[in-house]
Design a protein around this ligand. Sequence first.
Ligand code: HPA
Length: 277
Amino acid sequence: MSLLKRIEESASYIQSKLGGLKPQVGLILGSGLGAYADDLENPVCIPYSEIPGFHASTVVGHKGQLVAGTRDGVTVLAMQGRSHFYEGYQQADITLPVRVMKQLGIDTLIITNAAGGVNEAFKEGALMVITDHINFSGTNPLIGPNLEEFGPRFPPMTKVYDPTLRRKLLVMTQAESITLNEGVYMMFAGPNYETPAEIRFARTIGADAVGMSTVPEVTVAAHAGMRVIGISCITNMAAGMQEVHLSHSEVEEVATRVRSTFIRVLDLALQVIKAEE
Ligand code: HPA
Protein backbone atom coordinates (compact mmCIF):
# COMPACT_ATOMS: atom_id res chain seq x y z
CA MET A 1 0.00 0.00 0.00
CA SER A 2 1.29 3.48 -0.80
CA LEU A 3 2.48 5.72 2.02
CA LEU A 4 -0.25 8.24 1.21
CA LYS A 5 -2.96 5.56 1.47
CA ARG A 6 -1.57 4.42 4.83
CA ILE A 7 -1.61 7.99 6.13
CA GLU A 8 -5.19 8.45 4.96
CA GLU A 9 -6.28 5.16 6.53
CA SER A 10 -4.62 5.93 9.88
CA ALA A 11 -6.09 9.43 9.89
CA SER A 12 -9.61 8.30 9.15
CA TYR A 13 -9.44 5.59 11.84
CA ILE A 14 -8.27 8.16 14.41
CA GLN A 15 -10.88 10.66 13.24
CA SER A 16 -13.61 8.05 13.80
CA LYS A 17 -12.42 7.60 17.42
CA LEU A 18 -12.19 11.34 18.11
CA GLY A 19 -15.82 12.08 17.38
CA GLY A 20 -16.05 15.81 16.89
CA LEU A 21 -12.79 16.61 18.72
CA LYS A 22 -10.42 18.73 16.60
CA PRO A 23 -6.85 18.69 17.94
CA GLN A 24 -4.87 21.87 17.26
CA VAL A 25 -1.46 20.80 18.55
CA GLY A 26 0.49 17.56 18.18
CA LEU A 27 2.64 16.46 21.08
CA ILE A 28 5.37 13.81 21.07
CA LEU A 29 6.28 12.83 24.62
CA GLY A 30 9.76 11.40 25.20
CA SER A 31 11.26 9.41 28.08
CA GLY A 32 9.75 10.24 31.47
CA LEU A 33 7.10 12.58 30.07
CA GLY A 34 4.40 10.14 29.04
CA ALA A 35 2.43 11.00 32.18
CA TYR A 36 1.66 14.45 30.76
CA ALA A 37 -0.99 12.83 28.58
CA ASP A 38 -2.63 11.21 31.64
CA ASP A 39 -3.68 14.66 32.83
CA LEU A 40 -5.50 15.78 29.70
CA GLU A 41 -9.18 16.63 30.20
CA ASN A 42 -11.81 14.40 28.56
CA PRO A 43 -9.15 12.05 27.19
CA VAL A 44 -9.69 9.70 24.28
CA CYS A 45 -7.00 6.98 24.26
CA ILE A 46 -6.19 5.00 21.13
CA PRO A 47 -3.52 2.26 21.46
CA TYR A 48 -1.05 2.25 18.54
CA SER A 49 -1.73 -1.47 18.09
CA GLU A 50 -5.31 -0.60 17.00
CA ILE A 51 -4.31 2.05 14.47
CA PRO A 52 -3.62 0.86 10.94
CA GLY A 53 -0.05 1.78 9.94
CA PHE A 54 1.24 2.53 13.47
CA HIS A 55 4.00 0.52 15.18
CA ALA A 56 3.84 -0.45 18.83
CA SER A 57 6.80 1.14 20.68
CA THR A 58 9.19 -1.33 22.30
CA VAL A 59 11.25 0.94 24.56
CA VAL A 60 10.91 0.50 28.31
CA GLY A 61 9.07 3.48 29.78
CA HIS A 62 7.11 4.24 26.60
CA LYS A 63 3.40 3.41 26.73
CA GLY A 64 2.35 3.26 23.10
CA GLN A 65 -0.90 5.11 22.65
CA LEU A 66 -2.36 8.31 21.26
CA VAL A 67 -4.23 10.47 23.74
CA ALA A 68 -6.45 13.29 22.54
CA GLY A 69 -7.72 15.76 25.10
CA THR A 70 -7.71 19.32 26.34
CA ARG A 71 -5.21 21.20 28.48
CA ASP A 72 -5.83 24.83 29.48
CA GLY A 73 -8.32 25.21 26.64
CA VAL A 74 -6.02 23.78 23.97
CA THR A 75 -6.97 20.49 22.31
CA VAL A 76 -3.90 18.31 21.80
CA LEU A 77 -3.17 14.96 20.24
CA ALA A 78 -0.35 13.42 22.25
CA MET A 79 1.85 10.47 21.41
CA GLN A 80 2.56 8.62 24.61
CA GLY A 81 5.70 6.88 23.36
CA ARG A 82 7.21 6.85 19.90
CA SER A 83 9.04 4.44 17.61
CA HIS A 84 12.75 4.93 17.06
CA PHE A 85 14.94 4.38 14.02
CA TYR A 86 17.17 2.02 16.03
CA GLU A 87 14.24 -0.36 16.55
CA GLY A 88 14.67 -1.30 12.90
CA TYR A 89 11.88 0.67 11.27
CA GLN A 90 12.27 2.86 8.22
CA GLN A 91 12.30 6.57 8.96
CA ALA A 92 9.24 6.96 6.71
CA ASP A 93 7.43 4.58 9.10
CA ILE A 94 8.44 6.17 12.40
CA THR A 95 7.36 9.56 11.06
CA LEU A 96 3.96 8.40 9.81
CA PRO A 97 2.17 9.68 12.95
CA VAL A 98 3.39 13.23 12.24
CA ARG A 99 1.95 13.11 8.74
CA VAL A 100 -1.25 11.70 10.18
CA MET A 101 -1.38 14.68 12.54
CA LYS A 102 -1.05 17.01 9.57
CA GLN A 103 -3.76 15.08 7.74
CA LEU A 104 -6.00 15.62 10.80
CA GLY A 105 -5.51 19.38 10.47
CA ILE A 106 -2.76 19.87 13.08
CA ASP A 107 -0.30 22.63 12.11
CA THR A 108 1.87 22.85 15.21
CA LEU A 109 4.04 20.14 16.74
CA ILE A 110 5.66 20.11 20.17
CA ILE A 111 8.34 17.43 20.33
CA THR A 112 10.30 16.37 23.40
CA ASN A 113 13.18 14.01 24.04
CA ALA A 114 15.89 12.94 26.42
CA ALA A 115 19.36 13.92 25.25
CA GLY A 116 22.99 13.85 26.28
CA GLY A 117 24.61 17.22 26.99
CA VAL A 118 27.52 18.11 24.71
CA ASN A 119 27.78 21.81 25.56
CA GLU A 120 30.14 22.02 28.54
CA ALA A 121 28.01 24.71 30.17
CA PHE A 122 25.08 22.30 30.54
CA LYS A 123 24.35 20.22 33.63
CA GLU A 124 22.31 17.05 33.89
CA GLY A 125 18.67 17.89 34.41
CA ALA A 126 18.89 21.03 32.25
CA LEU A 127 16.20 21.79 29.68
CA MET A 128 17.10 22.95 26.18
CA VAL A 129 14.84 24.46 23.56
CA ILE A 130 16.08 23.23 20.19
CA THR A 131 17.16 26.01 17.82
CA ASP A 132 18.33 23.77 14.97
CA HIS A 133 19.42 20.21 14.31
CA ILE A 134 22.06 18.10 12.60
CA ASN A 135 20.83 14.95 10.87
CA PHE A 136 23.63 12.43 11.53
CA SER A 137 21.29 9.43 11.42
CA GLY A 138 22.65 8.32 8.06
CA THR A 139 19.35 8.56 6.22
CA ASN A 140 16.29 10.74 5.75
CA PRO A 141 12.55 10.11 6.11
CA LEU A 142 11.83 12.04 2.88
CA ILE A 143 13.78 9.57 0.71
CA GLY A 144 11.41 7.95 -1.78
CA PRO A 145 8.64 9.36 -3.95
CA ASN A 146 7.75 12.86 -2.76
CA LEU A 147 4.34 13.29 -1.17
CA GLU A 148 3.31 16.38 -3.13
CA GLU A 149 0.12 16.65 -1.04
CA PHE A 150 2.32 17.44 1.98
CA GLY A 151 5.20 19.48 0.63
CA PRO A 152 7.87 20.03 -2.04
CA ARG A 153 10.62 17.63 -3.16
CA PHE A 154 13.35 19.92 -1.81
CA PRO A 155 11.98 21.56 1.34
CA PRO A 156 13.95 24.38 2.98
CA MET A 157 15.16 23.66 6.52
CA THR A 158 16.19 27.20 7.43
CA LYS A 159 13.64 28.04 10.13
CA VAL A 160 12.37 24.67 11.19
CA TYR A 161 12.14 25.41 14.92
CA ASP A 162 9.76 28.38 14.79
CA PRO A 163 11.76 31.44 15.96
CA THR A 164 8.66 33.39 17.06
CA LEU A 165 7.25 30.60 19.22
CA ARG A 166 10.71 29.99 20.67
CA ARG A 167 11.23 33.63 21.60
CA LYS A 168 7.81 33.87 23.24
CA LEU A 169 8.40 30.65 25.17
CA LEU A 170 11.72 31.99 26.48
CA VAL A 171 10.00 35.17 27.69
CA MET A 172 7.37 33.14 29.54
CA THR A 173 9.84 30.77 31.16
CA GLN A 174 12.09 33.65 32.22
CA ALA A 175 9.11 35.31 33.90
CA GLU A 176 8.82 32.19 36.07
CA SER A 177 12.58 31.88 36.66
CA ILE A 178 12.76 28.62 34.74
CA THR A 179 16.11 28.26 33.00
CA LEU A 180 15.66 27.20 29.40
CA ASN A 181 18.91 26.75 27.47
CA GLU A 182 19.00 27.01 23.69
CA GLY A 183 20.98 24.75 21.41
CA VAL A 184 21.51 22.47 18.45
CA TYR A 185 20.37 18.84 18.66
CA MET A 186 22.34 16.20 16.77
CA MET A 187 20.83 12.81 16.02
CA PHE A 188 22.89 9.62 16.07
CA ALA A 189 21.14 6.42 14.93
CA GLY A 190 21.95 4.55 18.18
CA PRO A 191 21.10 2.29 19.92
CA ASN A 192 24.51 2.44 21.60
CA TYR A 193 25.46 5.64 23.36
CA GLU A 194 28.16 7.56 21.51
CA THR A 195 31.89 7.17 21.99
CA PRO A 196 33.88 10.01 23.57
CA ALA A 197 35.48 10.65 20.15
CA GLU A 198 32.05 10.99 18.56
CA ILE A 199 31.06 13.48 21.24
CA ARG A 200 34.20 15.59 20.61
CA PHE A 201 33.27 15.52 16.91
CA ALA A 202 29.68 16.52 17.72
CA ARG A 203 30.88 19.50 19.76
CA THR A 204 33.36 20.54 17.06
CA ILE A 205 30.66 20.66 14.40
CA GLY A 206 28.31 22.70 16.55
CA ALA A 207 26.08 20.33 18.52
CA ASP A 208 24.94 21.17 22.04
CA ALA A 209 23.08 17.91 22.68
CA VAL A 210 22.89 14.42 21.17
CA GLY A 211 20.08 11.92 20.99
CA MET A 212 18.49 9.12 18.99
CA SER A 213 15.15 10.60 17.93
CA THR A 214 13.31 13.79 16.91
CA VAL A 215 15.18 14.65 13.69
CA PRO A 216 13.10 12.32 11.46
CA GLU A 217 9.79 13.57 12.90
CA VAL A 218 10.85 17.21 12.66
CA THR A 219 12.07 16.75 9.07
CA VAL A 220 8.65 15.42 8.06
CA ALA A 221 6.87 18.18 10.00
CA ALA A 222 9.01 20.82 8.26
CA HIS A 223 8.30 19.25 4.88
CA ALA A 224 4.58 19.60 5.62
CA GLY A 225 4.99 23.24 6.70
CA MET A 226 4.18 22.59 10.36
CA ARG A 227 5.49 24.89 13.09
CA VAL A 228 7.75 23.05 15.55
CA ILE A 229 8.80 23.57 19.14
CA GLY A 230 11.43 21.05 20.28
CA ILE A 231 12.55 20.63 23.89
CA SER A 232 15.29 18.32 25.16
CA CYS A 233 15.80 17.18 28.70
CA ILE A 234 19.55 16.83 29.23
CA THR A 235 19.43 13.62 31.28
CA ASN A 236 23.21 13.14 31.37
CA MET A 237 26.40 14.67 30.13
CA ALA A 238 27.43 12.84 26.94
CA ALA A 239 30.09 10.11 26.70
CA GLY A 240 33.48 11.08 28.10
CA MET A 241 32.06 14.07 29.99
CA GLN A 242 30.96 12.27 33.16
CA GLU A 243 32.48 9.56 35.35
CA VAL A 244 29.52 7.18 35.57
CA HIS A 245 28.60 4.86 32.71
CA LEU A 246 25.64 6.03 30.65
CA SER A 247 22.54 3.91 31.17
CA HIS A 248 18.88 4.02 30.25
CA SER A 249 17.96 3.86 33.93
CA GLU A 250 19.95 7.07 34.59
CA VAL A 251 18.18 8.70 31.64
CA GLU A 252 14.78 7.73 33.04
CA GLU A 253 15.68 8.72 36.60
CA VAL A 254 16.80 12.23 35.65
CA ALA A 255 13.88 12.72 33.24
CA THR A 256 11.54 11.82 36.09
CA ARG A 257 13.33 14.19 38.49
CA VAL A 258 12.80 17.25 36.29
CA ARG A 259 9.36 16.21 35.10
CA SER A 260 7.41 18.87 36.97
CA THR A 261 9.50 21.71 35.48
CA PHE A 262 9.32 20.11 32.05
CA ILE A 263 5.52 19.87 32.35
CA ARG A 264 5.35 23.56 33.27
CA VAL A 265 7.38 24.40 30.16
CA LEU A 266 5.00 22.31 28.03
CA ASP A 267 2.03 24.15 29.53
CA LEU A 268 3.69 27.49 28.74
CA ALA A 269 4.38 26.30 25.18
CA LEU A 270 0.66 25.52 24.79
CA GLN A 271 -0.20 28.99 26.08
CA VAL A 272 2.19 30.56 23.56
CA ILE A 273 0.51 28.65 20.74
CA LYS A 274 -2.98 29.48 22.04
CA ALA A 275 -2.15 33.20 22.15
CA GLU A 276 -1.08 33.04 18.49
CA GLU A 277 -4.35 31.56 17.19
N1 HPA B 1 23.23 10.00 23.87
C1 HPA B 1 22.23 9.69 23.01
N2 HPA B 1 20.96 9.66 23.39
C2 HPA B 1 20.67 9.99 24.66
C3 HPA B 1 21.66 10.32 25.58
C4 HPA B 1 23.01 10.33 25.16
O1 HPA B 1 23.96 10.62 25.92
N3 HPA B 1 21.02 10.60 26.76
C5 HPA B 1 19.69 10.43 26.53
N4 HPA B 1 19.46 10.06 25.26
